[in-house]
Design a protein around this ligand. Structure first.
Ligand code: PEP
Length: 250
């Protein structure tokens, strides 16, 4: 299996205004200082900050992403944002299918797949999120849920270049809880195998991120697990010191 360069990705969710640009600057400087080391960096900011974030991070190794896109290129969709618009502002990546979108906006696997296709139409990398709920885990359904989500949310056109898969157990997001090392290893091995059924050999090079309460204190252990090729980080991506602390664990 080829070595995969890790991706350390931040998800700012609905946090951040122009007052937060200093944190981005510090993240960019931190990655620039560690040039060539360990991992690629990415921060997915609110859409309102993408242009300015691109200005701040443009000369650093850290990329800028959005957090969602509409499936259409344009149209009568008040309040929505097309992948082409994100790209136009400087975004190279977009998160699709985050559990908060699946819950708050009732997004289905088919919706998520359509959004990934939209990202590719615009030349943007899709970070496709999936993961089981607490109830599903307690019912022993985790691996079956992941199989279903890969089948439904990941289009067959996914490649190691245009897609990243993020395993985010819903019960681990923002809770301080994380699965055991064994459970993460099992989920990621399963995801790799399911992805291979869908996209063949490409699956071996495709990044599989772990997300859910990643902090500097647990990053080294989580990032050392087989088939974990980086992290998607919510709360701990808002402060440069935390985000850089996690990236140093690669
Ligand atoms: C997320 O929102 O993708 C996430 C993993 O959040 P947190 O790191 O805060 O659990």
């Amino acid at each position: 299996t080829p070595a995969i360069r890790p991706l350390i990705a931040g998800n700012w969710k609905m946090h951040g205004t122009s007052a937060s640009l200093g944190e981005l600057e510090a993240i960019g400087e931190g990655f620039a200082a560690a040039a060539g080391d360990g991992a690629d960096g990415l921060i997915c900011v609110p859409a309102t900050l993408i242009s300015r974030a691109s200005g701040v991070l443009g000369s650093t190794p850290v990329s800028v992403g959005g957090q969602d896109c509409h499936a259409a290129e344009s149209g009568a969709h008040t309040g929505d944002i097309a992948a082409e618009m994100l790209a136009d502002c400087g975004a190279s990546h977009v998160i699709v299918g985050h559990s908060e979108r699946r819950t708050d906006h009732r997004e289905s696997d088919a919706d998520v797949a359509a959004k990934a296709q939209a990202a590719w139409r615009a030349g943007v990398v899709a970070i496709i999120c999936l993961g089981e709920t607490r109830r599903q885990r307690e019912a022993g359904e985790t691996l079956a849920v992941l199989s279903r989500q890969v089948a439904g949310s990941v289009p067959a056109e996914a490649t190691a270049e245009n897609a990243v898969i993020a395993y985010e157990p819903v019960w681990a997001i923002g809770t301080g809880l994380t699965p055991t090392t064994k459970d993460v290893a099992e989920a990621h091995a399963h995801l790799r195998a399911e992805l291979e059924k869908k996209i063949g050999e490409e699956a071996k090079r495709t990044r599989l991120l772990y997300g859910g309460s990643v902090k500097p204190a647990n990053a080294r252990e989580l990032l050392s697990i087989l088939n974990v090729d980086g992290a998607l980080i919510g709360g701990a991506s808002l402060k440069a010191a935390d985000f850089l602390g996690i990236s140093e664990a690669t």
